[in-house]
Ligand binder design. Structure first.
Ligand code: 5GP
Ligand code: MG
Ligand code: MG
Length: 179
């Protein structure tokens, strides 16, 4: 698996240090608010686990699985709910935990959905951000790292469902895609 990686973009240590920082900011922001923290599966599962350990205020967790139709390295904007939330978001301070914002289409769909369900507030924390690729006007409230316009894997992010378990973020060798 490590042999398929051409370059490590962000190391495990850098990721963990950034998550500590994000956790401190979010702990201050959500003091006394009992947020509903929503993990967008599958990509955000590792970030969610590491992040919530660094947030010191009481919270509830929930999970939602979405997938966007289309080619495996691009979002089509047509979002399908694979697993919906267990909890009601009505009147709740919601924090959406995302792995990466690319076009922004997935997130824009999710925000509309949670607004329609009458969340009291909606904020987004993403570990990775590719602002150059945005097709909708949307920004995360908290973002870890800005990435170049390249397809990355690791730390929850997959190519064909593999590489999610790498503890760092990297770029695959080009020959992996052509197999
Ligand atoms: P968006 O809707 O913002 O275009 O992208 C949403 C989803 O596409 C992300 O949550 C992620 O699952 C996937 N995605 C976007 N960019 C990348 C990337 O560079 N690598 C991987 N593995 N997935 C990505
Ligand atoms: Mg995602
Ligand atoms: Mg994927």
């Amino acid at each position: 698996m490590q042999n398929d990686i051409q370059e490590v973009l962000i190391s495990e240590e850098e990721i963990q240090a950034k998550i500590k920082e994000l956790g401190e900011k979010l702990s201050a922001e959500y003091e006394g608010r009992d947020p509903l923290v929503i993990c967008v599966l599958k990509g955000a599962f590792i970030f969610m686990a590491d992040l919530v350990k660094n947030i010191t205020v009481p919270m509830e967790l929930d999970f939602m699985a979405v997938s966007s139709y289309g080619a495996s390295t691009k979002s089509s904007g047509v979002v399908k709910i694979i697993k919906d939330l267990d909890e009601s978001v009505e009147g709740r301070d919601v924090l959406i935990v995302e792995d990466i914002i690319d076009s922004g289409l997935t997130l824009s769909y999710l925000i509309d959905l949670l607004e329609n369900r009458k969340a009291k507030s909606i904020a987004v924390v993403t570990l990775f951000d590719k602002p150059a690729r945005r097709t909708v006007d949307l920004q995360a409230d908290y973002a870890g790292f800005v990435l170049p316009d390249a397809f990355v894997v690791g730390y929850g992010l997959d190519y064909a469902e593999h590489y999610r378990n790498l503890p760092y973020i990297g770029i695959l060798k080009p020959e992996i895609y052509s197999n």
